[in-house]
Design a binder for this molecule. Structure first.
Ligand SMILES: Nc1ncnc2c1ncn2[C@@H]1O[C@H](COP(=O)(O)OP(=O)(O)OP(=O)(O)O)[C@@H](O)[C@H]1O
Ligand SMILES: [Mg+2]
Length: 349
């Protein structure tokens, strides 16, 4: 006798989705911004609630050492990955690589894209080879000879492979070799990784959000980060402190006041960067525009923060008329279409 198929109690189109994340714990903290890139439980719950509005069965999976076991038992249709991973510049790639290993489709970019994008210098070198304008820079280690640098001061110093303004303070800009050496010594002690010294681009700052893939790709209208007051002497930096206290320092304007030509140039640049790096489903890209109108690529976040109240990506989506719940489900939809996970068994990961 044929067995009755009692599986799949979910409504039509609903999936079993696992949100994979790393939580802020407040433990073992070395520097004030140690856990800057991890998520709060409020963000995880907001993503869960958004997915549940579409009747998906949502499972929370913390990206800890037990994750492989949890994945084996969870029977996911798709993973909604926002995990940061642990240690080193390939950390963001750890979970995507594991998901590929288990054959589970997931939202967002793959391991290769995440590895490259987290290495700011490598990304700049790659994009420069496609004639994308990016500030002059040097990648510095403990023993790098500073005197030989041909950078124009002022220079901003950032850890080469961090996000969320980790390691970017209100004293990150230096005007001389001596100041540079002092800051480098301090940062090496704190962050134990190569530092990117980059020419400071004075001018307006923008961030651009992208969603979708191929013909379904959409670029949101750019958002401008407008400084209410300088953050260091006469410089403006969207530092860790400024991001924590953004209401005191920043006005956001979206769409940014740009000429049609400037906006179109920024949007085209964003599409090109997204495609060169092989980004998938969503990303956010930061730019600066100098007073002579040149648009400089600063960095890309293929795994941008999704905190509903303050992350830039949901904020600029909101300005573009896309609610938080719709945004989360649009990211999921992009991944479902791309991977074929909408039709069970057809995985293109
Ligand atoms: N070359 C530059 N010229 C001027 N300002 C810069 C430059 N590089 C960085 N900044 C300032 O520092 C901020 C943080 O730099 P960046 O975006 O590279 O760091 P991040 O930590 O990766 O950011 P995110 O939080 O977006 O991941 C920028 O938003 C900008 O205000
Ligand atoms: Mg940034």
């Amino acid at each position: 006798m044929e067995k009755l198929d009692l599986e799949d109690p979910l409504p039509d189109g609903a999936k079993t989705i696992g949100i994979i994340y790393n939580l802020k714990k407040g433990e073992g903290v070395n520097t004030y911004d140690d856990e800057a890139e991890y998520d709060s439980i409020d963000t995880i719950n907001a993503i869960k609630a958004a997915l549940e509005t579409r009747k998906h069965n949502v499972i929370l999976l913390e990206a800890d050492k037990a994750l492989p076991e949890k994945l084996k038992n969870a029977h996911l249709d798709l993973a909604f990955n926002i995990a940061e991973g642990f240690g080193g510049r390939s950390r963001e790639a750890q979970i995507p690589a594991m998901l590929n290993f288990f054959g589970i489709p997931y939202t967002g970019s793959d391991a290769t894209t995440l590895c490259i994008a987290l290495d700011k210098a490598l990304t700049k070198r790659l994009l420069a080879s496609y004639r994308i304008l990016t500030p002059g820079y040097a990648l510095l280690s403990y023993d790098s000879p500073i005197k030989a640098l041909r950078l124009k001061y002022p220079v901003i110093v950032k850890p080469n492979a961090e996000g969320s303004s980790k390691g970017i303070t209100d004293a990150s800009i230096v005007r001389s070799d001596t100041e540079l050496i002092n800051l480098l010594n301090r940062n090496f002690d704190l962050y134990h990784e190569p530092m990117l010294a980059e020419e400071y681009i004075e001018g307006r700052e923008f961030t651009v959000g992208i969603i979708g893939n191929g013909a379904g790709m959409k670029v949101f209208r750019p958002m401008e980060i407008i400084y209410k007051k300088h953050t260091q002497e006469d410089f403006d930096v969207y530092s860790y402190n400024v991001k924590q206290n953004y209401k005191e320092y920043i006005n956001y304007r979206c769409p940014a006041r740009l000429t049609a030509k400037q906006e179109s140039e920024m949007v085209k640049m964003s599409e090109k960067i997204y495609n060169i790096l092989g980004c998938r489903d969503f990303s956010r890209i930061d730019f600066r525009m100098s007073s002579d109108g040149n648009i400089y690529f600063i960095e890309i976040n293929p795994l941008p923060g999704l905190a509903p109240d303050y992350s830039d990506y949901p904020m600029l989506a909101g300005f573009n008329g896309v609610s938080y719940n719709d945004l989360i489900n649009d990211i999921l939809e992009a991944a479902l279409i791309r991977t074929g996970a909408g039709n069970r068994g057809v995985f293109a990961i």
